[in-house]
Design a protein around this ligand. Structure first.
Ligand code: KG4
Ligand code: ZN
Length: 348
């Protein structure tokens, strides 16, 4: 029974997981989230991230092996995120993976972070993999703090980008605006909570971008529009920053709610456009950290129901960065003998 050890250290989570390729099941998935270390800076500090990965990686790998009730010698291959991500962070995972592969004569498999997010849609809550859940070809929207992309998924491991953000990722827009409002990091879940308290009402009608026939999106204009709207309302000064007395809890809720509705509207419009442009798409998967957002998810699910397409969300615990999705991609690469040599680099 080939067993794959997955390792993920591309950003601010140190993660390890074991996947059983015969029973198609994640046996364990562990991670250490660095959020608390980066919170006070309002975003991820690369040097702090690398040092923390270095401190935690052996502990996390050992925990995942223990939980899977196996020893390091039992694994057949080690799959590791090799790009894209923070170089110092990726290097910790890659060097550790190489060490395991070299010392134990195991196969080394390079996994692209974006590919692992895409195929996380095939994981179920209990860790089992269900490859029948979405027929091919289908559409995937992957949205996180670092990327926002639409993909045409032809089959396992075979996909192509058909649209993406021209500037900021949607998660980045949530994080930056949350920072502006003094909410904390990561911004997405905090904005969602406040938006819910404001009943997902659209107070400020932020710009939705151009109505064109392309699947590209842009979020940097939206960020600037929110900033200038706050200036207009006397809450933000371009010279001195936030005017705390003017930034009421009520206004925070209104901005959060308007922002969330605006971003959901943008994705809803693009999803409809994608189904118009690619009538052969049989379904849709929504993955990546932002897919944890229930409001956006429900809105996109509704579009799929109306357009007769199957909808699949990656499970919450496998939406933000994790190693289960890395091990899963490692499994089909193992079957296809797509191995890497010890020359594997994070800058390939
Ligand atoms: O996939 P991920 O863990 O890391 C990257 O590869 O970037 O995604 C993290 C992003 C952050 O920007 C965070 O604010 C966003 O996902 N996020 C959310 C929610 N939960 C996480 N955004 C909106 N609503 C959420 N509930
Ligand atoms: Zn990610």
């Amino acid at each position: 029974m080939p067993l794959i050890l997955g390792i993920e250290t591309s950003c601010d989570e140190t993660a390890a997981a074991v996947y059983d390729t015969v029973n198609k099941k994640i046996l364990s998935s562990y991670l250490f989230s660095q959020i608390e270390l980066h919170k006070i800076f309002g975003g991820v500090v690369p040097e702090i991230a690398s040092r923390s990965h270095l401190e935690k990686i052996d502990i996390i790998i050992n925990q995942s092996l223990e939980e899977a009730k196996i020893a390091l010698g039992d694994i057949d291959a080690v799959a590791v995120t090799s790009k894209p991500g923070l170089v110092g962070s990726l290097l910790i995972g890659l060097c550790f993976a190489k060490g395991i592969a070299w010392a134990g004569n195991k196969k080394l498999i390079a996994v692209d972070h974006l590919e692992s997010h895409i195929f996380s849609a095939f994981l179920e809550d209990d860790g089992s993999a269900n490859f029948e859940v979405l027929p091919f070809p289908h559409l995937c929207l992957s949205v996180s703090g670092g990327h926002t992309s639409f993909y045409k998924i032809n089959k396992l491991g075979d996909f192509q980008s058909i649209g993406q953000t021209l500037d900021d990722a949607a998660g980045e827009a949530f994080d930056k605006i949350a920072n502006l409002l003094g909410l904390g990091y990561p911004g997405g879940p905090l904005i969602e909570k406040l938006a819910k308290e404001a009943n997902f009402e659209d107070f400020f009608n932020y710009p939705r971008g151009k109505k064109n026939k392309e699947l590209n999106v842009s979020f940097s204009g939206l960020k600037t529009a929110v900033l200038y709207d706050l200036v207009k309302r006397g809450v933000f000064s371009l010279e001195t920053g936030v005017i705390k007395s003017a930034l009421t809890e009520e206004l925070k809720k209104q901005v959060s709610s308007s922002l969330l509705v605006c971003i959901a509207d943008i994705f809803e419009r693009k999803l409809n456009l994608a189904f118009d442009l690619y009538p052969d798409f049989k379904g849709f998967s929504f993955v990546g950290g932002v897919s944890c957002n229930k409001y956006i998810s429900e809105r996109l699910k509704l579009v799929c129901e109306k357009r007769g397409r199957k909808f699949k969300n990656s499970p919450r615990k496998f939406s933000t960065d994790n190693a289960a999705m890395v091990a899963l991609v490692g499994a089909y690469k193992f079957r296809n003998k797509q191995f890497s040599s010890m020359y594997l680099d994070v800058l390939d």
